[in-house]
Structures are given as C-alpha cells and as structure tokens.
Design a protein around this ligand. Structure first.
Ligand SMILES: NC(=O)C1=CN([C@@H]2O[C@H](COP(=O)(O)OP(=O)(O)OC[C@H]3O[C@@H](n4cnc5c(N)ncnc54)[C@H](OP(=O)(O)O)[C@@H]3O)[C@@H](O)[C@H]2O)C=CC1
Ligand SMILES: O=C(O)CCC(=O)C(=O)O
Ligand SMILES: [Mg+2]
Length: 740
C-alpha cells in the first residue's frame, strides 16, 4: 500500500512526534492516507547494528537502510525529522543507557587492539556523526521561508541584538596551509576505480583506501590541513584573544565532518591547555585521554585517578583557563565551555546565533561579550566575516523589512566535503598522498604531507550537479528573483563546478532570468545589501554553504531555521520532506524533563506534511489527500496569524498546545471547504467540538506542566511513558478517536 513514512528520531523532535503523529494519523485516515513510521533514532540505529548480541525480542530492524533504498525509488514519500548526529560522548551515553536497559551491547572501544574490537569500533563509527541525512539525501535541496512564515516575522519581529561599530568580534581563519589553499581538483572523463595511498619518505607504500569507484564526468578533489600550520595559527589566535580581551571560541562541524573536525577540535583543546597536556602526557596516555572528545570527557576520565592526582590536574586546568583567554560558554550556569564537547558548538547554528546576538557569545559570568570566532579552514569563513562587517557598518538587520534568501543546495549522493569522511585520514608519517587510477596506475592528485596532517578526498557526481543547476533555474523562474551561484573561480573544486555550469546552463531556458556566479564573499556582500533593502536573492551553493546559509539567513530573518520549508526532490522521482533546517535541540528536552514544558516548534513538520500530502495526492490521484494538504496550509497560516507557536516559558502554551491549535484550525479549514463535500461533512462536527472544547483542552494541557517528567530514558524513552507525557488531554485524545 502506498504510504507516507514518518520518521521517529531523537530528543525534542521525537517528543513532539508523540503528540503530533496521532493527529496526523487521525486526519490521514479520513482521506485514505496511510502513515507508517520508521525508527532512525540513535538508539534504534545502535540496536540494529548488533543483532547477534541481542535476544530475538530485543533486535531492531535496520530502518535507515530500508529508507535509504526507498529514497532511490519513485514511490518514496518520507517525512524526515531532525535526528542526533552523535559525537563520541553522545554515542557512549546512548550505549550505556541501552546496556542499563538490558541490551548486551559492547562498549565503544577507544583504542581497539583485537580484530573483534576493531570490528566493533568500525560498526559504531558508522553510526557516529551525521550518519542519517547523507543516506537519505538522494536529491538536492530546496530550502526557503514560505510566505506566511516571512509575513509573520515581519509582523512579529523576533529580537535582534544591536551592533556596535566598534565591536571587536571577528572571524579568525588560516588562509594558508588549510583545506582551501591546498585543494586540487580534476574531473574524470571515464568511469573507473582509484585507490588512495601514502608513499612514505623511505618509499614504502601504505594503501589508505583500496577502492573508490568513480563515475564518468565526476569531480574529485583532494586537499590537506597541515598540522604545523594549524597549531601555529591556533597559538597565535589564543594569544590574540587574550590580548584583545575577547572570548575565544571555535566553530566546527564535528558531526558532518566526523573525521577531520574532531581532530581539529582536539588540536584546539590541546593548544589551549598546552601546559597541562605536556605536564600530564604520560598519565593521559595511560588513562586513554583523547583531546578530540573534549574537556568534559577529560574531566570524566581523570575521575579514575587517585584523589590527589585528579585534584592536581583539575587545579592546573582551572589555572590554564584563568591564564588563557576567556572561553565562550555553552552553559555558563553549569560551567560548560566551548571546548567541553566537540558537537556542542556546531558552526551552522552557532555563528548565526552569535551574529543575531550583537556578535557576542556568553562568558563565564553569564554576560555577553565580543568574541573571536575561530574557523580554521578558510573555504567559507569569509562569508561570516562579510556578514559581521556588514552588521558593524549598517547595524543589525530588521526582520520587519529585510528580504529573504532561499537556498538551492547541491547535496545529492554525498556531494563534496559532506561525503568525504570515508576518504579522510590523519596521516601517520611524512611522505606523499596520491590518488591513483587503478587501471593504469596514473596519479590523478598528489600532495606532500607530514605526520599529523589531515588529508581528504571529496567526490561530486555529474548527475547531481546537472540536477542542481536545473533546480536553480526552476526556482529562479518560479520566483523571478536574482539567483547567485556562490562559487569561487580561484578555488580548484569550484572551478570544476563552474565548468559544468558553463556546459549545462546554456541548454536550459534562462531567458529573462538574472543568474550570476560570484565568489562566496562577493555573493554574501551582494546578498546582504539586497536583503537590507528588502530584496530577495536566491543562493545556489555547494553542500557546506547549503548547510551554513540555511541556518544563517533563516535565523536572521525569522528567528529560527525550524520554520523553513525544506524539500528534497529525489532524483529518481520520490520526495523527501525534511522538517525545518535545524537540529534536535537537546536544551528543549532538558527543560521538558525539569519543568514539563516543551518549546519545540513543529512548524517545520506542518510545512513538510502539507507538501508530502500534496505529493501523495498527485501521485496516487487522491483528491482527498490534496484537500487535506491545502487545508493544512490554511491551518498553518492561521496558526501563525494567531500566534500559536510554543512559548519558551513554563505555564504558557507549549508544543502540545500548539499541536492542538493546528489540529483545530486544520479541522476548521476542512469543515469550510467546498472541494470535497464528504470530507467537509466529516469534519463539521469535529471542528465544532474542538472549538467548543478549546478551554477544556488547553486547561488539561496546562495542568500537565510545571513538574518534572519521567519518560523512562533519554536516548530510548519508554514509548508508553513518553506518549502519556505528551498526550495529557483526555478530551483531545477522545476527539481524535472519532475521526474515521
Ligand atoms: N536535520 C538534522 O537532522 C539536523 C540535526 N542536527 C543535530 O541536532 C543536534 C543539535 O544541534 P544544534 O546545532 O545545537 O542545533 P539545534 O537546531 O538543535 O539548536 C539550535 C537552537 O535553535 C533553536 N531551535 C532549533 N530548532 C527549533 C525548533 N524546532 N523549535 C524551537 N527552537 C528551535 C533552539 O534555540 P533555543 O534553545 O533558543 O530555543 C536551539 O537551541 C546535534 O546532534 C546535530 O547534529 C542539527 C542540524 C540538522
Ligand atoms: O546531518 C546533520 O548532522 C546536520 C544536517 C544539517 O545541519 C543540515 O542539513 O542543515
Ligand atoms: Mg544545518
């Protein structure tokens, strides 16, 4: 039976699903739309990887693999909520929660010695980081703020911190010895395999990767982050932050770039605490400290040491923080710094949050302060500096008047950097790394490397690039808005992409459209100026800037990327509908557990569901599904007009209440349409009951707030307890049961 697949994920979105999915199922049923779920939460992904260790009843199907296959078929209709991209500390926490629930999972082996341990680590490493999105994203990305969302923000502007012309906030980036400056790129004519090898100075050859298969016309690039240059740069920036008396912060994407960025993060931790790491080198080695896992993990690991030794290390760490520049804080109340966890500060969300907040981050006293934002690689750092410069010169943006910047992003088939982790290596010895064609042993790309450098290779297939260019033209045509490819002809990879644009664009109808190619910094300046003047500009970008810009502009324009429409037209004809463009908001869960108030905004889910229903209606010629979709869009507009998004404060409307209002407006829209009389009749009574019972329902929902919640787990909550916590209104539950 054709179905819409709704994904079960983690943290705040998973809690929200407990309340929203019953509504979706109830409404779907009335139009014959079948909704299925697939569990791609971190916990489910861990369980599905170790069937042999679990009892029959404990095993979990590999839902991610199933969805990955589905995504390559025309039938795919998947609603994808944000999920955890786990860092090592998160992965370990999830494993230990599952172990405590009786699942005989192996520990994560930090330093595997036996073959068995190596196998376990390899299995866990596949689950680590951004392991879900790249599997499902068999298409390019179309993210934008729908008109009602933009209009809502214009009428109800979110707060924007004022900018001071003399702000000391700035981006620090390398510019030499980094990924950008060392990049080499070629487009291969024919399909074939390559291998990656390290030729050591003594001539011995280590194969780093046996086989990478390439398609004809595929772009490959290789580049290296030089350890020596990185350390020198970090040293200098740590000193500079201290001298300028500003906060020190580092912004990486340790989730998507799950091999390179934790290593870079580790270097930052080690440089900031260089004295401590030198002094306790042997001890740290003995207890297996890895700076890559962050300060929190270090604090945890030294707990195993004798009291005196542990206290001495803690004192030295404290002293290093007193002597070094102040660290930007993730949570000043709890003393959690930017260096605690590699995935607490994730660049796509962290930089816009800082820019929205007058260019300031939080210090240890809980006040905001100017900041040095360290973004080691210079490929995209300039975009943030350009935005900061713009704000310093012109002041903060005004959500009431600013334009919008939709994005068309190259994403399909693990494009570019975000598909590089299985081809990224921390180099064990000096020498050369080369990419060699297997058929004739010719070298396609080569770099001199030193021990500790991070070398990587990226792939970008031709069909996704062509599809991306077409999608850009389609959006340009649909909106008549100037459309800019953010590509730098001076960068090796971008030059290859530009060659493809020169090849494919002339074959498309671009008559009357304004399509340009500008370097990321020029594109940012052009776009920011237009945005300030209230004009719209489409950004067409590679995979990394897709990620960065679809948080940057939404957070400035509408306050959060949760409100974005995020569509992935799959290349084989199916649809993947992502909800919002943001993450899984762990802070929201914390608040829910403490005070029984969830502030997750499901607007992204509402928008995605409407497009998914419309897609379903078209595909299976189901007029009722189309009416459901239109009514849902009307309901979402009314939801915004009436300001029914969850509040941040306990005692006020939360996620559950916001779902009730959406359901009520949806029922009302269905009860007042003329296109489908049978549906109208079905909803007349329920719409009236929902309206009449509003006070009762809201009363029941409010009564459930203000106290700690027990949902029986963090990574794998007890479904019954979670459902009970998220559906406390008996009146609403019984009204939904009436829908048939
Ligand atoms: N598509 C996906 O699957 C994605 C997954 N992630 C994952 O999510 C986790 C957290 O990432 P992080 O970078 O902190 O990003 P988040 O988007 O989770 O957090 C940034 C902040 O944005 C606000 N926010 C985000 N979504 C919503 C929403 N629906 N309703 C209300 N506010 C929202 C919250 O602000 P406030 O606290 O002020 O309310 C939140 O703290 C990581 O594991 C990350 O890898 C991240 C991005 C995308
Ligand atoms: O998959 C992830 O880890 C994050 C994805 C993301 O941030 C995005 O697509 O915007
Ligand atoms: Mg993102």
């Amino acid at each position: 039976m054709p179905s819409i697949i709704y994904t079960k994920t983690d943290e705040a979105p998973a809690l929200a699903t407990q309340s929203f999915l019953p509504i979706v199922r109830a409404f779907g049923k009335t139009a014959g739309v079948h909704i299925e779920t697939r569990d791609i939460s971190l916990a489910a992904r861990i369980l599905s990887a170790f069937p042999d260790r679990l009892e029959e009843s404990q095993r979990h199907s590999d839902d991610l693999a199933m969805l990955g296959n589905l995504a390559t078929t025309p039938e795919a209709n998947i609603i994808k909520l944000p999920n955890i991209s786990a860092s090592i500390p998160q992965l370990k926490e999830a494993i230990s929660e599952l172990q405590s629930k009786g699942y005989a999972l192996p520990d994560y082996p930090d330093e595997p010695t036996t073959e068995e341990e190596k196998g376990i680590k390899a299995t866990y490493d596949k689950i680590k980081g951004s392991a879900v999105n790249p599997v499902l994203r068999e298409g390019n990305s179309d993210r934008r703020a729908p008109k009602p969302v933009k209009n809502y923000a214009k009428k109800n502007p979110h707060s924007m911190g004022a900018w001071d012309k003399d702000s000391k906030t700035h981006v620090a980036t390398m510019g030499k010895g980094d990924f950008r400056s060392n990049e080499k790129s070629v487009t291969v004519d024919e399909a074939g395999d390559v291998r990656i090898e390290l030729v050591r100075e003594d001539g011995t050859v280590n194969v780093l990767k046996e086989k990478v298969s390439l398609l004809a016309k595929e772009i490959i690039d290789a580049t290296v982050m030089e350890k020596k240059a990185l350390i020198q740069f970090l040293d200098q920036e740590i000193k500079d932050a201290k001298e300028k008396d500003i906060l020190f912060s580092v912004h990486l994407k340790a989730t998507m770039m799950k091999v390179s960025d934790p290593i870079i993060f580790g270097h930052v931790v080690e440089e900031y605490f260089s004295e401590v790491f030198k002094k306790y080198e042997d001890t740290f080695q003995k207890i297996g400290v890895s700076a890559n896992d962050g300060l929190e993990s270090l604090y945890n690991q030294i707990q195993s040491l004798p009291e005196g030794e542990r206290a001495a290390i803690e004192k030295d760490l404290q002293q290093a923080m007193e002597q070094g520049p102040d660290l930007a804080m993730v949570n000043s109340d709890k003393g959690i710094t930017n260096l605690h966890v590699p995935s607490d500060v994730i660049i796509d969300a962290s930089m816009p949050a800082m820019i929205r907040n007058s260019g300031q981050m939080w210090n240890a006293e809980g006040d905001t302060q100017d900041t040095k934002a360290v973004i080691p690689d210079s490929s995209y750092a300039g975009v943030y500096q350009a935005t900061i410069d713009f704000c310093k010169k012109h002041g903060a943006f005004d959500p009431r008047t600013m334009g919008t910047v939709p994005n068309v992003g190259l994403m399909a088939q693990k494009a570019e950097e975000y598909g590089s982790h299985d081809k990224t290596f921390e180099i064990p010895a000096n020498g050369k790394v080369r990419v060699v064609r297997t058929s004739d042993n010719s070298t396609l790309l080569e770099h001199n490397v030193s021990e500790g450098d991070i070398w990587r290779m990226c792939q970008t297939k031709d069909a996704p690039v062509e599809d991306w260019i077409k999608l850009a033209v389609k959006r340009a045509r649909a909106t008549k808005v100037p459309t800019v490819f953010w590509l730098d002809k001076e960068r090796a990879h971008d030059a290859q992409l530009i060659a493809k644009i020169d090849q494919y664009l002339p074959g498309l109808d671009t008559e009357g459209l304004d399509i340009q190619i500008l370097s990321p910094v020029e594109a940012a300046e052009f776009t920011l100026k237009r945005m300030k003047e209230g004009k719209d500009t489409i950004s067409v970008t590679g995979n990394v800037l897709r990620d960065y810009l679809t948080d940057l502009f939404p957070i400035l324009e509408v306050g959060t990327s949760a409100k974005m429409l995020s569509i992935v037209p799959l290349m084989n004809g199916g649809g993947l509908f992502e909800t919002g463009a943001g993450g899984s908001a762990p802070k929201h869960v914390e608040q829910f557990l403490e005070e029984g108030h969830l502030r997750w905004d499901s607007l992204g889910e509402f928008l995605a569901l409407a497009v998914s229903l419309a897609f379903y209606g078209d595909k299976y010629d189901n007029p009722a599904a189309k009416v459901l979709a239109e009514a849902l869009d009307d309901a979402t507009e009314k939801f915004l007009d009436n300001d029914k998004s969850p509040s941040r404060k306990v005692g006020e409307l939360d996620t559950r209440g916001s779902h009730f209002f959406l359901a009520r407006y949806w029922a009302e829209a269905l009860a007042s349409q003329d296109e489908h009389p049978a549906l109208r009749e079905m909803y007349e009574e329920i719409a009236k009951s929902m309206r009449d019972e509003t006070d009762t329902i809201i009363g029941e929902l409010e009564a459930a707030q203000g106290k700690p919640q027990d949902i029986g787990g963090y990574y794998m909550p007890d479904p019954e307890k979670a459902s009970e916590a998220m559906r406390p209104s008996k009146t609403l539950n019984s009204l939904l049961e009436k829908l048939k």
